[in-house]
Design a binder for this molecule. Structure first.
Ligand code: WT7
Length: 567
């Protein structure tokens, strides 16, 4: 029997109070995610249960119980406080998927800080943009990423503390740098957890848009109410499960469902701190006897490429439930998983802004391969007419996915950017920025994004951020960045570049530009393809027509070009 029961029944009777009651929370109470994910589980007598099974890239395994987690997160919270971090300060987590990242996240929340996780592959420019915008007070990092932080710290006078979790004493620390050791610090048994309330800010996740620099989606502690119950219903987490979320906490899946969801449910979860390799992934499932697996279409397509023969080498019989998020999960991948694992990947749709799953497939509900499923109980969803922004009554018509505001984990602001935040709400709906249609049975079918944001392997990258960085290259006069179809990553970044007068296009220059972006921004933002052009198509008002370039890449109709500059 699954946790949720029949969809139609729960949909009718669902109320967020169900989640509040299970968590023992009442309106006006204190609610601190850090406490809920560690202390509360210990209070329930599960202190000796394993919370985290961690495996490093060289194969070493470490295990931590919920009681270990409680003490380590106390220790980290207390250290931050003593260092000078105050509640409300932004504390950036800039680490690989090491245990300190997971416990640091909860430690920050326990002392009332706002956790700002950033992907450890980010380069200097990506870091500066996000740390500057958030006016981040402290960054927690590792030796291997310290070089990147040192390069930019002079531009960030407000970044007062650079905390290094694996300092080995070999080279002296520099200004603002402080060592912290999770293992060697004095253990703090009792910590006075910050008495946050429902609307106290908790997490700041940066996400990319079409225009301007990335926006910080700010969440609150009350988000727990959504994250807890959706983990229970959609991931179907039960007491004896061993759960694996493959996402990095630099992205929202890795915090909502790679920390908060499973641990607030008192579930054992696994982390594999190494890149994708089919063999290693399957071995990890076999070794740790993973039962519930939350991953992404890009990974699933990569596993498909490796084929069934790779699967047969391993004993994956512990698996019982599979879910996916981040990009459209094509019907073929769904059918393949049923055929190969004897289990069907359940697609889930949501965003950084929604904080938790909003349209998904449920255990026990009939799956239509290729569909994202139905709205989570408690979420009112629809599609809006592309022009009038009124809900479309007729089934099968493509519109904008929209949600009625008010679910607990909805973002409460874009940091410093009220205007853009407000622009996401139209006619009383939160508009996601994606297009879909709803069929006769109420299932949602994803069509595509409604803007120029590029989704590469489940990671959103903003064309503007890449274009701005390209302009800093000495040879580039103008550029336009679009998504180009890719069989595994769905999209990869393609850059159209007009060179400065006198500069010759060459393969060397192409490579140089790719590397320039990889270092400055990240490997995800790096163009996989560079096309040198004489000029870029622009509107009469001078805006680059990315859509036209994109349509060409996708072999689509170019559409209305009447606003083109030189038609
Ligand atoms: C965007 C949000 C939330 C977890 C990871 C991404 C796309 C997400 C699906 C899906 C089709 C999907 C949308 C969405 N997306 N899940 N199941 N099917 N598209 O979070 O970085 O905020 O990206 O990812 O375009 O708006 P994010």
């Amino acid at each position: 029997m699954n946790n949720m029961g029949p969809y139609d029944e729960i949909r009718k009777k669902f109320n967020w109070n169900i989640s509040e009651n299970e968590l023992g929370y009442k309106d006006g109470d204190d609610i601190n995610i850090g406490w809920y994910c560690s202390d509360r589980i210990c209070d329930q007598g599960k202190g000796e249960k394993v919370a985290l099974i961690w495996q490093g890239f060289s194969g070493e395994v470490k295990k931590f119980t919920f009681n270990d987690s409680r003490i380590i997160t106390n220790t980290m919270a207390s250290f931050l406080q003593k260092t000078g971090v105050e509640n409300g300060d932004r504390v950036c987590l800039f680490m690989d998927k090491i245990p300190e990242l997971y416990f640091g996240f909860l430690g920050i929340l326990k002392m009332g800080g706002i956790a700002q996780p950033l992907f450890s592959a980010f380069g200097g420019e990506s870091l500066i943009t996000r740390l500057e915008d958030a006016e981040t007070k402290a960054i927690i990092t590792q030796k291997k990423h310290l070089g990147k932080v040192r390069k930019i710290r002079d531009e960030l006078p407000g970044l007062e503390y650079i905390i290094v979790v694996d300092y080995d004493g070999k080279k002296p620390l520099q200004e603002r740098e402080i060592a912290f050791s999770m293992e060697d610090s004095e253990k703090i048994e009792k910590f006075d957890v910050f008495r946050s309330k429902a609307e106290t800010p908790s997490v700041l996740h940066y996400t990319s848009g079409t225009t301007g620099q990335p926006k910080g989606a700010q969440h609150v502690h009350y988000s727990l109410i959504s994250q807890y119950i959706s983990s229970k219903y959609v991931l179907d987490l039960k007491d004896d499960d061993i759960y694996w979320c493959t996402a990095d906490p630099g992205w929202v899946t890795g915090t909502s469902y790679g920390i908060i969801g499973p641990w607030s449910n008192g579930i054992t979860q696994c982390v594999l701190d190494s890149g994708f390799k089919a063999e290693n992934w399957y071995r990890f499932i076999e070794d740790q006897k993973i039962t519930v697996w939350y991953s992404a279409p890009t990974a699933i397509r990569a596993l498909m490429k490796e084929g069934k023969s790779e699967v047969e080498k391993f004993d994956l019989s512990s698996l019982r439930h599979l879910c996916s998020v981040g990009e459209p999960l094509n019907a073929e991948a769904v059918l393949w998983s049923t055929d190969t694992y004897g289990l069907t990947f359940h697609d889930t749709f949501w965003q950084t802004e929604t904080g938790s799953m909003v349209i998904t497939n449920y255990p026990g509900m009939e799956i239509k391969p290729g569909s994202m499923g139905k709205p989570f109980p408690g979420i009112e969803a629809t599609v809006l007419d592309l022009k009038t922004h009124e809900p479309i009554e007729k089934r099968g018509v493509v519109g904008l996915i929209a949600l009625k505001p008010g679910w607990p984990s909805m973002f409460r602001a874009y940091w410093n950017n009220e205007k853009t935040y407000n622009s996401k709400f139209i006619n009383g709906w939160y508009v996601c920025g994606d297009r879909a249609s709803i069929d006769e049975d109420g299932y949602y079918w994803f069509v595509g994004r409604d803007d120029d944001v590029i989704n590469t392997g489940g990671h959103l990258v903003g064309p503007f951020e890449i274009e701005s960085a390209l302009l800093e290259h000495e040879s580039v006069a103008e550029s336009a960045v679009v998504g180009k179809p890719d069989p595994v990553n769905m999209e990869v970044v393609k850059a159209f570049i007009a060179l400065k007068p006198g500069v010759e296009a060459s393969d060397m220059l192409e490579l140089e530009i790719m590397n320039f972006i990889r270092k400055k921004l990240s490997p995800l933002a790096m163009p996989q393809d560079v096309e040198f052009v004489d000029s870029l198509p622009k509107t009469r008002s001078g805006k680059i027509m990315r859509r036209m370039l994109r349509a060409k890449e996708w072999g689509e109709e170019i559409g209305d070009t009447s606003t083109l500059e030189d038609d």
